[in-house]
Ligand binder design. Structure first.
Ligand code: ZN
Length: 455
């Protein structure tokens, strides 16, 4: 049994003070406000539910800063994708694990308790499977185990090179599975997670995108899902919308909502390009919109239709996607600022009235947990103890009242205010640092040097 004493804590009733919270077998066992600390308590300043990072491709962290040079004409998403494929042609399993461990550690230090790893590199260069079909998934599991992050592993079904069942080519050969082999991969991942990982680990299913699958394959793969999370990239780039409309006769979000029973188990990543009707229908489906504002800005994708989505009661969470920059407060800030810049307005991502920081933070806490299938997202007895503590004495927050703390966190502070993180009760960050930090960074640096020398 662990116990925490917080000067302030955000519960479903709002901010309360002098709170003792106990944790038993990874879950919150009690929450008692207006009390006194006991000697064994771990003392923190402000305690909130930790966010789930609902969308990451860990290996892309190693490319950060390498695609920001304009070469000829107007750079685009598709030139970024070219370097990504060069990386993919050379990555080894050891490098994969070292990069994932760095990303998971950085996510924890940024204040996230869990991650949805949208994992699409499965095979050897050229496409030959490893001896174990789940070799690279096992590397993700090892990185999660080392760092203590809560993992929802999302093995990706990637069968085609483009809309209309175009064949895979080049770097894509490492991604490719038909539904039959994908089903075997999923079983191996589920078995491994059950046998070797903490009980809060789960395995979902992830058809990569409509362009990388086909309607009949999507049907078949959904039948493997049971009650697990379903994640899909849906409408990131205008070209993708054009291609899917030409092939399937409807825009991607429109087609998916008509063709599949999209419900609260679903997370639609980059629901960027939507009409007003698609925005309303997605919100009403109960699915979570998986937004990755820093990556979407970096890739020039465009802003999300935020005000309308929130107005229709839509649920959202955030992910770090390409991991070009891992920064929880910046992710939320970018989401709101992208709306303000487009709409020439302020305080957008809040229904009706109230604190935008609270709407962003608590909305992403609830939606992110939902998207990862984690019983978390608020401080409630019985929920997983996914907790983040931050320091309100920091110069960026010290002048604020408790009802302004989340505004300060989202708009004024940086990640250095995060002091502690617990993931399902595992106390993985103390004093802002992960215990294995030096070792993980050294292994990452060696792995990336080896990878770059092979390019
Ligand atoms: Zn993605």
């Amino acid at each position: 049994m662990q116990s925490i004493f917080a000067r302030h804590a955000h519960t479903p009733l709002g901010w309360v003070i002098d709170v003792r919270l106990t944790i038993d077998r990874g879950r919150i066992a009690s929450i008692e406000p207006d009390t006194v600390a006991q000697s064994q308590d771990q003392r923190v300043d402000a305690l909130v539910p930790a966010l789930a990072n609902l969308h990451s491709h860990s290996f892309q962290r190693a490319m950060a800063g390498m695609t920001e040079t304009r070469v000829s004409g107007r750079d685009s998403f598709w030139s970024w994708r070219k370097l990504m494929y060069q990386f993919v042609d050379n990555l080894t399993p050891e490098q994969y694990e070292a990069i994932a461990a760095l990303v998971f550690m950085e996510l924890l230090e940024a204040g996230y308790a869990s991650v949805g790893e949208f994992h699409y590199v499965h095979h050897q260069p050229g496409g030959q499977p490893y001896d174990a079909l789940s070799e690279l998934s096992n590397r993700v599991f090892a990185a999660a185990d080392l760092t203590g992050i809560g993992l929802t592993h999302l093995p990706v079904l990637y069968s085609y090179g483009g809309a209309g069942q175009a064949p895979l080519s080049g770097g894509q050969m490492r991604f490719g599975n038909d539904v039959g082999r994908y089903s075997e991969l999923l079983s191996e991942c589920r078995d491994t997670a059950r046998a070797y990982l903490p009980s809060d680990t789960s395995v979902g299913i992830a058809p990569h995108s409509l362009r990388a699958t086909a309607p009949q394959d999507l049907d078949a793969v959904l039948s493997l899902g049971a009650d697990s999370p379903v994640h899909i990239h849906i409408a990131e780039q205008p070209q993708e919308v054009t291609d899917i409309t030409a092939w399937l006769g409807q825009r991607p979000v429109e087609w998916l909502l008509n063709a599949c029973e999209v419900d609260a188990n679903w997370c639609l990543i980059h629901a960027t390009h939507m009409t007003e009707n698609e925005t309303r229908d997605l919100a009403q489906s109960g699915a979570v919109a998986g937004l990755c504002p820093i990556t979407e800005a970096n890739l020039g994708d465009g802003p999300f239709n935020g005000a309308a989505f929130i107005g229709h009661g839509g649920r959202f969470g955030v992910g770090s996607d390409s991991n070009v920059r891992i920064a929880l407060t910046e992710e939320l800030r970018m989401l709101e600022y992208s709306q303000r810049l487009r709409d020439l307005s302020r305080n957008v991502m809040v229904p009706e009235e109230g604190s935008v920081g609270a709407s962003l933070y608590l909305g992403a806490a609830s939606g992110g947990a939902r998207a990862l299938g984690r019983d978390a997202g608020c401080l409630r007895v019985g929920a997983l103890a996914d907790l983040m503590a931050f320091d309100t004495a920091d110069v960026s927050l010290c002048a604020l009242r408790p009802d302004q703390f989340l505004d300060g966190l989202c708009f004024a502070a940086d990640g250095s205010v995060v002091s502690d993180v617990w993931s399902a009760g595992r106390h993985v960050v103390t004093g802002g640092r992960h215990a294995e930090r030096e070792k993980i960074i050294a292994r990452y640096a060696a792995a990336v040097a080896a990878l770059l020398s092979a390019l």
